[in-house]
Ligand binder design. Structure first.
Ligand SMILES: [Zn+2]
Length: 462
């Protein structure tokens, strides 16, 4: 399908040839807009100025209409929106492979929590955040929604690297790195939201209560009220395990979703990671309260949490995004793996080959994912007026031939290594598998230092 959508922005000055001047035209043999019509433009391009998409259309039409400072070739490339990681704990990348193949509570209580208590400080967060950012850029992720300690360190690094993100101070009812308990963590969370309130910043703030089982009702209500007053989102874990739902039913007589709904929690904009164990009523609440559900298939498989009813969520109009969760429960931040699993596991689980199709899986990582994190007015699709977050994917390798339908290959065949360019806000941050921002220069040496600290702790923990 071909479509031309050329609009001239009034702010652009024409050059002597009469063409409007702008920063960049980036091309693709196939340009997937991920718009409502699922438009694919063959031999297409996107025109970009001051970090925003000015026009999308056929390459020739854009080259005729605009004089760009730079034209990026699209030969052998698919151009599409950048991927959105709707739920992660990016600094946990330093715990990649720390403990595997264990029940959730053993994994958490005997490995992750003690490791965090002993090892997590600002240096750890600095190195872990950079490692997470590097992996995300190398795999085509342009926006991530994060939940981890000392988020001010992650926020500053994301801003330096030029990556879009949404994050906040985790609030929890017991002591955690950086806070003695809920009151202190909530105070820090409010300060963080005030500090990162610039609407034009790549870094956006949110309130981040850990879950309805680690934060009390009165504290959850306080967070929801504050989030509404400040018009920021809430990012939390909901209904991850059968155990959590059973505990909630026992303690409150309600499922986690119904318990939160009854207290008015969903009057705020909520991003809910996991949403695995849900009733029909929970799904109806998710739709009516505009809860963004973030599906984390690898984490749910690795920790044996179960299968989220993704097709049912989609059928009921719930916005579903994809997340990697932290690298300790994955063990990477590669969204291509999540796309592959999302398109496959529900077919097997539901004995239905039509469950979660290729386009739906791809939308969950892009346009639908943007809706799930309440940021579709910023990015998620390639449309004039949105920010210029996009990737090029190389399809020329022998093992990718033949290609009849780019959507099929994107959902089933390609991986992170095929991403050859990652752009956020009109700036190229990764090209030909090389990271551009200088902030990554000493990363490998820093990782080795942190690895030595983690190994020393492992060998001496008794
Ligand atoms: Zn998580």
């Amino acid at each position: 399908m071909s479509e031309i959508n050329v609009s001239i922005d009034r702010n652009e000055q024409p050059d002597v040839s009469g063409k409007a001047l702008l920063d960049t035209i980036i091309c693709g043999d196939y340009v997937l807009l991920m718009d409502d019509e699922n438009t694919i433009i063959e031999k297409g391009a996107v025109a970009i100025n001051a970090g925003a998409i000015v026009a999308v259309g056929e390459k020739q039409a854009l080259v005729d209409a605009y004089q760009a400072k730079e034209v990026i070739s699209g030969k052998g490339k698919i151009l599409m929106p950048g991927l959105i990681n709707g739920h992660t704990h990016s600094p946990m990348s330093l715990f990649r492979g720390l403990a595997d193949d264990l029940p959730l509570m053993t994994w958490l209580n005997e490995h992750i929590f003690p490791a965090e208590a002993a090892l997590v400080d600002k240096d750890f967060i600095h190195c872990g955040s950079l490692l997470g950012l590097a992996e995300m850029l190398l795999s085509g992720t342009t926006t991530f929604v994060d939940m981890y300690f000392y988020p001010e360190v992650t926020a500053q690094l994301a801003q330096k690297a030029g990556v879009r993100c949404l994050l906040g101070v985790p609030c929890i009812d017991f002591p955690s790195p950086g806070a003695s308990g809920f009151d202190q963590s909530f105070g820090l969370a409010k300060d963080f939201v005030s500090q990162w309130s610039n609407k034009d910043s790549l870094v956006k703030s949110a309130f981040v209560p850990h879950s309805p089982y680690t934060v009390s009702e009165i504290n959850l209500k306080a967070i929801a009220k504050e989030a509404q007053a400040r018009e920021v989102s809430i990012h939390t874990h909901i209904a991850e395990t059968e155990f959590e739902v059973a505990q909630s039913l026992k303690a409150t007589g309600k499922t986690p979703v119904q318990f939160l709904d009854a207290m008015g929690f969903f009057d705020a904009s909520v991003i809910a990671a996991h949403m695995v164990h849900l009733t029909d009523e929970d799904i109806a609440i998710a739709q009516s309260k505009n809860i963004g559900a973030i599906h984390n298939p690898t984490s749910n498989l690795k920790l044996a949490s179960g299968f989220s009813p993704v097709q049912q969520l989609l059928n009921n109009g719930v916005y579903v995004g994809l997340g990697t969760d932290g690298a300790a429960s994955n063990n990477n931040l590669d969204l291509w793996q999540e796309i592959h699993l999302a398109v496959l596991i529900h077919k097997g689980n539901e004995r239905n080959p039509e469950a979660v199709n290729a386009l739906q899986a791809l939308a969950m990582a892009t346009s639908l994912g943007a809706k799930a994190i309440h940021m579709e007015e910023t990015m998620g699709s390639l449309q004039p007026g949105l920010r210029a977050d996009m990737i090029q994917v190389d399809y020329t390798g022998l093992i990718f031939q033949p290609m009849y339908n780019p959507v099929s290959h994107l959902a089933y065949v390609f991986g992170a290594e095929q991403v050859t360019l990652t752009m956020v806000d009109g700036v190229v941050l990764m090209k030909d598998r090389e990271l551009m921002p200088a902030v990554f220069n000493d990363l490998l040496a820093n990782i080795k230092d942190q690895q030595a600290k983690v190994m020393h702790w492992m060998n001496n923990r008794g």
